[in-house]
Design a protein around this ligand. Sequence first.
Ligand SMILES: [Zn+2]
Length: 283
Amino acid sequence: MRLAAAFAGFMALCVTAIAQAPPGLPPLPKLTSPRLYVLDCGTIISHEPERFGLSRQDVSDPDFSDPCFLVMHPKGILLFDTGLTDAQVGRPIYENKMGNEGQLKTTTLKGELADIGVAPDKITYLAISHSHWDHVGNGNAYAGSTWLARKAEYDVMFGPGANTVAKSNYAALAHAKIHYIEGDHDVFGDGSVMLLSTPGHTPGHQSLYVKLTNSGGVVISGDLYHYPAERSLGKMPAREYASGTPESRKKVDDFLARTHSQLWIGHSIDWYRDAVKAPGWYD
Ligand SMILES: [Zn+2]
């Protein structure tokens, strides 16, 4: 009897141990062509389309989606942008303001990546569209990847004028393995994933091109645009008329026409609402 009870106790311990074991990540797929994931990296509550040369009537929704993007390629993995910081999940908007804009975060980037089998140490390359707070919130968590950086943006990030709140979220990147890139950079060497130099919104701003087998070519704008109406009405923030944005928009328009690609404006809720989101993907 005592033996049976001891055995039952031992089995109960085993079951408990199994139940409490941390779940493993799903296996990474074996790919022959790129796969693109859209990740929810937060929402920005905003009400000033005038900052972008637009009226309230010009935009269907003044708020901004704030996605991150992950490219799985047969030769490695690229994370493009890191969104709002995961530390904001579950916190009220009044705690998380930048200027007049509120920040709403309902999921962690880390958790979304785990759901598709990607631990931070599996990410080969990190790239950011630019260094504003809504794109670098989780920078520190991915400083173990090789950072594909532009010197002009690095100088903004670590120069004397850097936003101190944003900088605290990406400071570890100063110690990352940095690979400086110039012009348009072919990430995996086969032309399927390109970082396009599109300065203007910031000095080292860039957009991401991914050539997908079934979905065709996609250019992810970064903050080259925020609202679709900026594109249809030819508007932009006043300071950007002379900072390079008109030239970068022209360059991307030409690129889209040449490669028969579509443009995704990440901050556009109109686009984001209908996007296939992780754990789904585009290929
Ligand atoms: Zn932004």
